[in-house]
Design a protein around this ligand. Sequence first.
Ligand SMILES: NC(=O)c1ccc[n+]([C@@H]2O[C@H](COP(=O)([O-])OP(=O)(O)OC[C@H]3O[C@@H](n4cnc5c(N)ncnc54)[C@H](OP(=O)(O)O)[C@@H]3O)[C@@H](O)[C@H]2O)c1
Length: 271
Amino acid sequence: MEHITVVGMGNMGKAFARRAASQGFYVFWWNRTREKVRDVPGTPISKLADAKGLVVVFVADDKALFDVLPEVGGDYVALSGTYSVDGVRRSVEMLAARGRKSFAMPVVGSPRNVEAGDAIYIVGAPDDVYTKLRFTLERFGVLFHVGDSVKAAALKLAYNSLLISTVAVLGESLSLASKYGVKPDVFRELLSHTVFKDFAARYIDRMLGGGTPTFTIRNAAKDMRYASLAAGEAEAGNVAISGVKALYELLTAMGYGDEDYVKAGVLAGRK
Ligand SMILES: NC(=O)c1ccc[n+]([C@@H]2O[C@H](COP(=O)([O-])OP(=O)(O)OC[C@H]3O[C@@H](n4cnc5c(N)ncnc54)[C@H](OP(=O)(O)O)[C@@H]3O)[C@@H](O)[C@H]2O)c1
């Protein structure tokens, strides 16, 4: 599989296109707003039907997915954004009805991980498709094969619920301590003696600092909404998940949607 087409050239799509080019693939890409995309390798295509080879879809959400999939060409379609379980199920069915092979392949990791080739890909492809594509996919990162698109989508939402919720509570805990005069360094020092050592070392500075976000509060709200929907449909526990969903949705409605998702708890503590 020498041709890769990336559909949706936001933060993740651009990183994937760069990785594909660095691995020697012929790269094609499509973006709804072509003029937004600069400094990426590969050839832009103007029609989704012209997609070639393995088509990796990184559009934002379910709505975007259903806007692009009816037209998309190529040999295999990998759904690599974070979508709802029901959206993935319906997408795979819709493409199968058109005789197209598709599967969920959500990503654990940031655009930086994708470009560096150390992101984790949760691969929902059935065994026969996985066997065909494995050699190609291994050049993009760590493969975690679950063999079923619905399971892959659910696993990604379960992981993101854990990460997004933990980051939010760490931020609120930091705010709580700080309202009583405890400095962030003191809080971090305490955590360095506990199970939260690595987590605090990785996220506290980022919560308090600046920089351009690569994953936003708006996107995290979307993931928590899909996680809450999936938990509700399956009658799984949904109290903490729906609480964190409400926090990210509230912050988005308050105008913080473009902020780094790790700042949620700190922003909530500012009110
Ligand atoms: N960033 C991360 O760290 C990360 C990590 C893992 C998974 N993800 C998931 O990966 C996906 C992409 O994330 P991202 O960070 O790359 O987002 P992003 O930078 O906001 O890019 C979103 C992309 O979706 C396109 N899009 C939005 N609505 C569309 C529509 N109706 N029709 C066609 N295209 C549409 C945008 O096109 P325009 O340029 O035309 O607006 C853009 O290419 C999301 O599902 C996200 O949750 C992100």
